[in-house]
Design a protein around this ligand. Sequence first.
Ligand SMILES: Cc1ncc(C[n+]2csc(CCOP(=O)(O)OP(=O)(O)O)c2C)c(N)n1
Ligand SMILES: [Mg+2]
Length: 377
Amino acid sequence: MPKTRVSGKASTGTNKTSKNGKGSRTPAAVTEDGKELFDPEKAQEEYNKRKKSQLESIKNTSADVLREMLYQMVLGRHFEQKCAEVYRIGKIGGFCHLYIGQEAISIGTQLQLEPRDFVITSYRDHVQAMVQGIAPEAVLAELYGRAGGNVGGKGGSMHMFSKEKNFYGGHGIVGGQIGVGTGMAFAQKYKESGGVTLCFFGEAAVNQGIFHESLNMAGLWNLPCIYICENNRYGMGTSQERAMSISSIAKKAESYGIAGEFVDGMDVMEVREATARAIERARSESRPTLLEIRAYRYMGHSMSDPGKYRSTDEIKRYQERDPIVLFKDSLKEAGVLDGKDFEKIDAEALAKVQEAVDFAENSPLPDESELLTDVYK
Ligand SMILES: Cc1ncc(C[n+]2csc(CCOP(=O)(O)OP(=O)(O)O)c2C)c(N)n1
Ligand SMILES: [Mg+2]
């Protein structure tokens, strides 16, 4: 695998947003106002439809970028599975929120960023930190609370951070990062850096006041901020339907006069194209965008979630539309990669995860002298 990140600009696709930014491609398994409910037949239909559009997008993307995208998705999946395994045997303490099932969001959005761009996110941050260029070794050592972690073992799972990689956390307060991300975009505009901010948050954060205050400001002040709502249907054990008065989050963009788009988060190419449109809007017009990207979290909210609020059947039905499987099928059909390449990518990712484990295991605990450094006194 190349060590340097293959970025490459994504095409903005044919699914242009309308003037108010609303996307035209609405998955069949989801109605216009975002009301889902899962119908396996419709989902299959949608899968086939998406596959066609994926093939189109794949044709317009370089083979190196496509391979890197798949590698990062597979690495993210294996890394998180390893986290679950080592958490269960007590290697990781505290909270641990996994990203399995949502990989297409991080990979589809972040791999097209430039060094001047910023990222900020919630506590579900391991994969996003790695895609941003923080080494898996440093992320796992951080989870282990070791000195080799990207914040010296003092942040843990929820607080990945790297100034060098423009990755500004890792935040535990639901929605807190939306205000900070808005400020980061303000700084980019004020300093005329030409950079954009990707600000990730879950659908439950949309019910917080900070979401509305931030989007209002971003709309009013023309900030280059891309608000990415990762709608995985649940905030801890509460489904979106039980907590939100309307189900289309993308529509909320209209309240602030900014572009909003609904995106299928199981389709990494669709995520990539929607993000490319938002980046273009932010860079050339300094206008914000709200992307509602629908995916599904396969694991519990955190490692301590007993998962009594949903059925295993529901989880299985989403897994049938797994973003990695869908992407592999399309890459194969497009003649970009084949079974042998997939095996190689899998082996590379597993080897990288093993390197991360070896590094974390052998990394020392932070020195006692570090106890009061990097904190407000
Ligand atoms: C202000 C605040 N309220 C409550 C919590 C407890 N809490 C932690 S995660 C969470 C659910 C958030 O769900 P969502 O925003 O959808 O993100 P997801 O976990 O699904 O990625 C809640 C309520 C918190 N951390 N911060
Ligand atoms: Mg959620």
